[in-house]
Design a protein. Structure first.
Length: 82
């Protein structure tokens, strides 16, 4: 999967209606979000730095105007910890 690939994301909407990713799909592969490590706003996007249940690090970008989620960064962490 290359950078900026569109992905499917399932979110939790809290009482303030802010979407927080809970799991996402890259093709057929599902990754559950274990922890949101960071989140920030840009002028036209929201970003979420998350730790997946596979032990890897992902940066997800949400375009609230077009309702598109993208994977903008991926880092394999498990191999580095061994």
């Amino acid at each position: 999967m290359s950078r900026m690939d569109e992905i499917k994301v399932e979110c939790y909407c809290g009482y303030r209606a802010e979407q927080t990713p809970r799991r996402f799909w890259m093709g057929e592969r599902c990754v559950n979000v274990c922890k949101v490590l960071d989140a920030w706003l840009a002028p036209d996007h929201r970003y979420f730095k998350v730790l997946g249940d596979d032990g890897d690090l992902y940066l997800l970008r949400h375009d609230p105007y077009q309702m598109i989620w993208s994977l903008v960064f991926f880092k394999k962490l498990r191999a580095q910890e061994k």
